[in-house]
Structures are given as C-alpha cells and as structure tokens.
Design a protein around this ligand. Structure first.
Ligand code: URA
Length: 236
C-alpha cells in the first residue's frame, strides 16, 4: 500500500500532510527517512514513524461519510447507487460496509467500517448509542408535539423509547434517539400528525458531522473519534 494511503486510512494524516511531512524528512519507514509519499509500505511488516510517533497498523477501517440524499445505504443494490460507490475500490476490497441504514433520502453521518463486532455493539439497543437528527417538518411542531415525541409514542408495532426533542425553529427540531427502527423518525413525526420534509443525521455516538465535510465526501475517523466510539461500544 502507498505510504500516504496507509497514513490516511489510519486517520493519522491526510495525503497533503503526509507529502509535507515526507518533504520535511519527518516520516520514517523501518528507521529510514521515507523517499516519497507514494513509496510502498507493507502494513503487516514495516514500521512507520510519523513526526516522531510510532504508527500501529490496524486491520479495521472506520470512515465517516456525509451521505447525500438519493444514495442507498446498502452494500449492493440493483436499483441504484449505494454509499459504497462513493468510496475508492480499496475500501470495498477491505470489506467495508455501512454501520446501520439511513433512508435513501436521508443525509448526513454514516459510519462505514469492516469492524463487524463494533458495528453490532453500536447498533444494539443495549448500548444506548445516541443518534441525533435535524428534522425539517412540513408543519409547525408544537410544544405538545415535542412532549409527545419525548415521552415515547405508540407506533402500532412498537413503542418508541423516551428521547430528546428540541426546537430549532417553528418547523425544525433536533431529535436524539437511542434506537433506530425502520423509518423511525418519519413514523414518529407522522404519529404527531406531521411529515418529515428533510432529514439529516448530525451526530452518531457523540461524534458530530463535521461542518467541513461536504455531502458525498468521507474521511477516516480521527484517533480521538475512534476512541469515543470504542468507549460507546463498551458501555452497556
Ligand atoms: N429515521 C428515519 O425515518 N429515516 C432515517 O433514515 C433514519 C431515521
């Protein structure tokens, strides 16, 4: 694998940062100053040091995608583009898949990983991982609606858990859930005689969707974001 790819997969440095550090002689491969950002490293054998820090290779990748509307969060689908089509081929080869689903027209934070165990824990209701949505509604959301959403609603086939619902403006709210049933936000809004016009997931497990990540773009989680998620996946 290319050195700059290796470091960016791990969330250590972007390709540009790697190029700069290599130019400054701050990247070592097996103790030797790296000659270029695109030199090859064997992730299972080679020792890489970046700005004095020894880098430890991990076989798992954790990507944060700002999912655009119109793309399916499935691994493959005959009916159209999936989130995996937004990633370079090498991630698909590493077995990356979306951790949970957003509806086709929902935008925002989607974790993509090949760490099935962590994903399973993050999606399990046992771990109460928070998902925060920005919900634009068709009609004004009253205080009574907010109270009803927070208390938990009977959706016929299931009862939603208590959650947080906060007003942003007359027709926009923040909804923070610790569960993720199929079409849950849309169905909750329908249960209070309203309709979702636009839905964006703005945080997941305590990690906010970064302002500088455009729709359709992705980046590896930083080390501190990864640690936040691992901590969430350990708290029952
Ligand atoms: N709730 C929904 O209704 N849709 C989503 O995509 C996510 C949560």
């Amino acid at each position: 694998m290319r050195l700059d790819k290796y470091l960016s997969n791990l969330g250590v440095a972007s390709r540009k940062e790697t190029a700069k550090a290599v130019h400054a002689g701050l990247v070592l491969v097996n103790g030797e100053v790296a000659s270029s950002a695109d030199c090859r490293v064997d992730e299972t054998q080679d020792t890489v040091t970046f700005c004095g820090r020894k880098i430890v290779w991990q076989k798992f990748v954790y990507l944060l995608l700002n999912k655009p509307a119109g793309v399916l969060s499935a691994t493959e689908d005959g009916r159209g583009a999936t989130v995996l089509d937004l990633l370079p081929e090498e991630y698909r080869r590493m077995g990356v898949f979306p951790c949970g689903r957003l509806d086709k027209n929902t935008k925002g934070f989607l974790l993509l990983t090949n760490d099935g165990d962590l994903c399973h824990r993050l999606l399990s209701p046992k771990y109460h991982v928070e998902k925060n949505y920005l919900v634009k509604a068709k009609f004004p959301v009253s205080n009574e609606d907010l109270t009803a959403l927070e208390a938990g609603l009977d959706l016929g086939d299931f009862q939603t858990k208590p959650c947080r619902a906060e007003r942003v403006d007359e027709k926009t709210i923040h909804l923070t859930l610790t569960e993720g049933k199929f079409h849950q936000v849309k169905r909750m809004l329908e249960a209070v005689h309203n309709q979702v016009v636009e839905l964006t997931r703005i945080s997941f497990g305590g990690i906010a969707l970064p302002d500088d990540l455009s729709e359709g773009d992705f980046r590896p989680l930083t080390e501190s974001e990864r640690n936040t998620l691992f901590a969430k996946g350990n708290q029952v």
